[in-house]
Ligand binder design. Structure first.
Ligand code: FMN
Length: 206
């Protein structure tokens, strides 16, 4: 399975749009992270209470859509994605405009307590392992989105202003470094981790 051409490598995390269907055929979409373990193995962690989790538990199937469309991410997260964003298919929910998509069958769902996240530890999180049944690439130029580079750019832009802002702003920037460092250690590749380490050291000197 060649996911490299759509920007997916093993052990980094990508932000994707998961589309699912419930037992009555209602379609749903949500932004969820994706980890690729090689060959046809992928995984995600979903907090209890989401519609996506319920649909996946019910149908044992989901679609991972690769997109960088800001409106799709926004509407999927804080609103409901309108019907016209989905293909006409009745038995499966797929985004019309996704650059590519993966159809996935669930192989294992395990409940755990949330750890290493800023989320309340009493909240359960479900680790879902899946096998990719099919990959459909419509547009190779649309790569899966990884949050490391935007985090690094934010820290660098702030760094270029670090010496000319007041103390309150400086501590705000430092908090962003700490948070971006935490995030990149979890989801970034080796270069991003090295870059972030370097940035953090420079902030600490100043
Ligand atoms: C970029 C991004 C990534 C997200 N990743 C996850 C994730 O990996 N697991 C999760 O449980 N929620 C994640 N969320 C939050 C869900 O998208 C959010 O809870 C959503 O409202 C769930 O929708 P649903 O109830 O329709 O499934 C993420 C949100 C964003 C914006």
């Amino acid at each position: 399975m060649n996911l490299d051409k759509i920007g997916i490598k093993t052990d980094e995390r990508y932000e994707c749009i998961y589309t699912t269907i419930d037992s009555e055929g209602n379609k749903n979409s949500a932004a969820i992270g994706l980890k690729y373990f090689g060959e046809d193995n992928i995984g995600c962690r979903i907090f209890e209470g989401s519609k996506t989790l319920k649909n996946i538990q019910e149908t044992k199937r989901y679609v991972v859509n690769i997109t960088q469309d800001p409106l799709i991410f926004t509407k999927s997260t804080i609103d409901k994605l309108p019907e016209e964003y989905f293909t006409e298919d009745e038995n499966i929910a797929i985004l019309k405009d996704a650059g590519s998509y993966l159809i996935v069958n669930v192989v294992d769902i395990q409940e755990q307590k949330a750890e290493n996240t800023p989320i309340d530890n009493d909240q359960s999180i479900f680790m879902i392992k899946g096998k990719i049944e099919k990959v459909v690439v419509r547009d190779e130029s649309v790569k899966a989105f990884n949050r490391a580079l935007p985090g690094i750019i934010e820290c660098l832009v702030n760094f270029s202003r670090y010496k000319i802002v007041d103390d309150e702003k400086r501590s705000e920037y430092m908090e962003r470094v700490i948070e971006n460092n935490r995030m990149i250690r979890r989801i970034g590749n080796e270069q991003s981790k090295e870059a972030m380490k370097f940035i953090k050291e420079e902030y600490e000197k100043n």
